[in-house]
Ligand binder design. Sequence first.
Ligand code: ZN
Ligand code: ZN
Length: 361
Amino acid sequence: MNPYEVLGVDRSASAEEIKKAYRTAAMKNHPDRNPGDHKAEERFKKVARAYEVLSDPSRRDAYDRYGTTDDPGSAQGMGGMHDIFSGFGLDDAMRAFMENFGFSSGGSGSRVVQGDDVTVRVNLDLEEVALGGRREIEVERNISCGECSGTGADKASGTESCRNCNGMGKVSSVRNTLLGSFRTVDQCHVCNGRGSIPKKLCGHCRGKGFEKKKSTIAVDLPAGLSKGHYIRLRGQGHFPGQGGVPGDLRLLVNNIDYGPFIREEENLVYPLTISYPQAVMGHEFSVPLPEGDSMSIKVPSGTHAGTRIKQKHQGLGRINRRGRGDLLVEIDIHVPGKVKKSEKELLKKLEDSPSFKIKKK
Ligand SMILES: [Zn+2]
Ligand SMILES: [Zn+2]
């Protein structure tokens, strides 16, 4: 099952076509219209998830290329391909649906407050791309206040029941929209779903529930990352305070230093210029490897310019797949512009000798 099939659209479908297909399918399968119908609920979840993937150009691109949409480094993504539809709940689907069609709600208390994402840009070296690795990065972010554990309340004074939701933490309402009426249960925006509010604010964070802190976080890098890829660490972003959940930490690949190599997807091309006699007679060369070592390769006799000599599995690791690409040693032949008189005489002799004549077909 792929997201295109789920939405019933072509791989070439435009953003507009995709949104339209999602809207139709989501309306048809919305839990409010199909109470107790678990199959409809599953379909509703699937179309929401499919839309989430296809409406984000970078995720759509990732799906088209790798058949998976996980951020390359997400915990689940590490183990190889897996179902993109797993781990996506009805709450996520409902929320996505409300947000996508712009009638989420007037208040800020409609859902759990999520903290902002923190983006850290990193430059990778070749070895990290080839083999994967581990990076320690320093981030400054808002974390839960150490004094009040993020509640914003003064510990000694205690809390009292929230009057807005009568201590329930939730407020239910029926919303009339262009698309019909939907029942929604929103989190109480006064107490942020906790049902209670502090009698006195925490003195350390002045009731915000968070404080700024620098921390060092170790991030596993899967092999095969490209510029523009990012690794998302869920829940490692800013903590918004007071019953909210932290945003994500995004490690964005800003640049990659390929050194003497040229990248072609998972393969690396290493340009190697050899002399004309070496091309004719063959020669052994030492070529660098992406992980820093070198290996010796044999250029056979009679090698033409432009020939690529393949060294299997010496290229870059692949995202969400096993194995490595290849190292392609691309041969160029040095042709001197100026030669000495004695060399010219040798060349003259070669020109007239039988092996050097171009045979007519
Ligand atoms: Zn505090
Ligand atoms: Zn409340």
